[in-house]
Each structure stands twice: as C-alpha cells, then as structure tokens.
Design a protein around this ligand. Structure first.
Ligand SMILES: *Cc1c(COP(=O)(O)O)cnc(C)c1O
Length: 430
C-alpha cells in the first residue's frame, strides 16, 4: 500500500492523519512516509524502499531498530502476559538499575511517557515547595502538559501566554519563559518572584529547538539560584538520559538536580517514562505522601523488559565514544559540503545528536535558531529522502545516529548531502 493512499485514508479518521503533529510533514511539505519495518540503521517504507534512518523514533533507538536482544526480551515477556495492573519483579530491577546508574536518584517512579514524567515532576515540585510558579526556557520542549505549552509573555517579569488553544490564561501565567542561556534574566526573575517559584525545568542539553548546548556556567547558575531560593531544579533528561554515557547528562557534568525526568531510551522503543530524585521529595508521592499520581499501565512488563535490555546493552557495550566520533564525522562532513556549495549552514553535534541549522552559527537560544531558513531545510530533507536517507521532518529537531550506523553509513550520508546541497546552490546560495 502506497504512503499517499494510507495518508488519504488516515486523514478521514485521524486528525491530520497522524497521532503526533510533526509526523504530518507540515514543516517540510509533501506526503509523510509510512514505515512497515526497521532493522539496524534502516527503516522500510510501505513502498518497499529502504531508508537509512537518522530520526531514530526521535531518540529511543540508540541501538538501532529491532536489536535482537531487545526483541527477544519483548517476545519472552509478552508470551507470559502483557499487563497485570499490579507489581512485577522486573520493575524492581529497573528501579534499582536506574538508581545505581544515577547515584543521585534515591527513588524513582515509572510512568508511560516523557510527558507524564514532567507532569509528575511539576506537581511534586509544587507539592513539596508549596509554591506555584515554574520557570522554563524558550525552545525547550517538556511534553504536552498544559503548563508547558506556554510562550514568553510581553515582558520578562510577567507570566507566559498559552501557546495552545485549550490552555487557560491562568495556567499559562504560572510559567515564566526565559531565553536559553540567559543567566541574567533568570537572576532578574528570581529577584522579583523567587519566593513564588517552585522549580526551574530545563533540558540540560536542549534538543527540541535543534541542538543547543548550555553555555559554560549556565546550568551551575540554575543549580545555585534554585538552592538559594528553596526552589527545585528539574533536569528533563527524556532525550539526554543514557545518551552520552550509561547515566544522565547531569551525572556526567557533575551537577545534581533535585528531580530528573527520563523517557525515550529507557524504554528501548516501548512507551515509558520515569521520574526520580531526592528521597525527601519522592516520598511526597502517593501512597506515601499527599501528591497524587497513578497509572494503570505504569511499570508495564513489556516496556520495562525492552528498557532493561536496552540499558544493559548500553552499559555493557558503551557505544558512546564511537557514537560521538560518528557525530563529529557527520557534522564536519556536511559543514564542509555546505561551505563548498556556498550554502549557509552550521551543524552542531554532541554525542549521537546533531542538527544542520540553515543559518550561520553559533545557535545559543531559540532566537538564534529561528534565523534558520526552514525552506532550505525542507529542500535538504526532501533531497536526502530522494537519496534514501530519512532525517527528522522539521528544522528545529535533532538528528540521531545509532550504534547500528557504520562509518560507511556516515560517509554515504556526507557524500549524498554534498550532492543535495550542490543542487540547492541555485536557490539558496548565500
Ligand atoms: C520527547 C520529550 C518529552 C515528551 O516525551 P513523550 O514521551 O513524547 O511524552 C519531554 N521532554 C523532552 C526533553 C523530550 O524530548
């Protein structure tokens, strides 16, 4: 069945034809692909075309698709029943594994998605501190819970405004939105509102405006100002957890947040999320404490089995150095190709993550990222797709390399990118 036909059918009965908006290809145009299977670095479309995948399901597939040990764990677990709605031995193993690998997690609770992890973290922060306001950064994505669907209001010191219909003004106004890496603005907001701020939530490496790294001192500054004001620091590590080492990014850089949100990789491609942190805060969760949280499918045996298999492989195989080398190779390769073609582009990479921004760098926050030419990205995306390479279908996202991608895959990517960028020269030359 052709993708176009499937999409036409889907549009009649699924809003926009998709179960998550970016899949509709609105920012790059054209018909979205339908994938029937994947193996290693490749995915196969419903037309039977093999694509080398640099989207990786938006992050979880760090070991590539259908990794045999993970599939085996899923099969074996599913054969014994897929959900019991009560406790299973494996969830204890998972919680112990997470707390061992991330020593500053005293306790964890499993949920079903990154969004749920964030929702719970924010409620916990409010319950624990008995304060109401949250600080977030423009361009950081924390899932689709109401209080995070907010953009900056008219002034720094006023609350945010809703960025989605259906989110009330009152909810949006409880969240302050600050530019990433703007330590002065954080200081200013805390000077005025510190006594009302329950938490700062941040992606310690930002991935949802494309790749943006924290400036030196930025995360440390957030740690000190929250501690000083009796607010909590929440690291949203849904993308970065187990991405750069078999632990969190916070652990690797030596900054200890009060709460950590996990997702994506820890489910090995199955739906999962986790929230963990200091015992005195985590003990506020029901049934121990007054902050309510629950989930019919939480700690789902199949999801936990897939996650544990993935995490154990990552701990054993430590693909991180090789992933980082491939990331650098890809980034340097396509930056050179863009220079040769006379096209404005900079491609930051960190570990297995990269973003070709079609603008001059560096990109330090959302305002910088917005300078990117999204039409140029769309042309690049479709050019690469014609060459059987699948990138995330939007400029402000991350590309992902998996441990299943070979150096030859990366060389092939660079060579094809060179041709595509050359073809773009006429329209996009700077
Ligand atoms: C993907 C993501 C989420 C949301 O996770 P879902 O599983 O899609 O709900 C939250 N925070 C960050 C940083 C993410 O990248």
């Amino acid at each position: 069945m052709k993708s176009k036909k499937l999409f036409d059918r889907a549009k009649k009965i699924i809003p926009g034809g998709v179960n998550s908006p970016v899949r509709a290809f609105n920012s790059v145009g054209g018909t979205p692909v339908y994938i029937v299977r994947g193996s290693g670095p490749k995915i196969t479309t419903s037309e039977g075309i093999d694509l080398v995948d640099y989207c990786g399901s938006w992050g979880p597939m760090i070991l590539g698709h259908a990794r045999k040990e993970v599939v085996k764990a899923i099969r074996a677990t599913a054969a014994e029943g897929t959900s019991f709605g009560t406790n299973t031995p494996r969830e204890v193993e998972m919680a112990e594994f997470l707390c061992n690998q991330i020593p500053y997690l005293d306790m964890v609770r499993l949920v079903n998605s990154g969004t749920e992890a964030v929702m719970t973290a924010l409620r916990l922060a409010r319950g624990f501190t008995k304060k109401r306001k949250i600080v977030k950064f423009a361009g950081c994505y924390h899932g689709h819970t109401d209080s995070m669907l907010v953009s900056a209001g008219s002034g720094l010191l006023t609350g945010g405004i809703s960025s989605s219909a259906g989110v009330s003004m009152e909810t949006a106004a409880e969240t302050f939105v600050i530019q990433y890496n703007d330590t002065n603005a954080v200081t200013e907001v805390f000077r005025k509102h510190g006594k009302d701020i329950a938490a700062i939530i941040v992606e310690p490496v930002a991935g949802n405006m494309g790749l943006v790294q924290a400036a030196p001192g930025f995360l440390q500054g957030l740690r000190s100002i929250t501690a000083k004001n009796k607010s909590l620091l929440i690291f949203d590590e849904v993308i970065t957890g187990f991405r750069f080492g078999p632990t969190t990014y916070g652990r690797l850089i030596g900054i200890t947040p009060d709460l950590t949100c996990l997702g994506k990789i820890i489910g090995g491609g199955m739906p999962i999320g986790a929230i963990g942190g200091r015992a005195d805060i985590m003990r506020m969760l029901a049934p121990l404490g007054p902050v309510y949280q629950a989930g019919t499918l939480s700690g789902n045996p199949v999801a936990v089995a897939a996650g544990l298999a993935t995490l154990r492989l990552l701990k054993k195989e430590k693909p991180y150095k090789t992933l980082a080398q491939k990331g650098r190779q890809l980034s340097e390769g396509i930056t050179g190709a863009a220079r040769n073609a006379g096209i404005r582009m900079n491609c930051p990479a960190l570990g297995s993550m990269f973003t070709p921004f079609f603008c001059n760098g560096p990109v330090n926050n959302l305002a910088d990222a917005k300078k990117a030419d999204t039409k140029a990205y769309a042309a690049f995306f479709h050019g690469m797709l014609k060459n059987n390479i699948y990138l995330p279908p939007a400029q402000f996202e991350l590309g992902f390399i998996s441990s299943a991608h070979t150096s030859q895959d990366i060389r092939d990517f660079i060579e094809k990118a060179g041709k595509v960028l050359e073809d773009m020269r006429k329209t996009y030359e700077k």
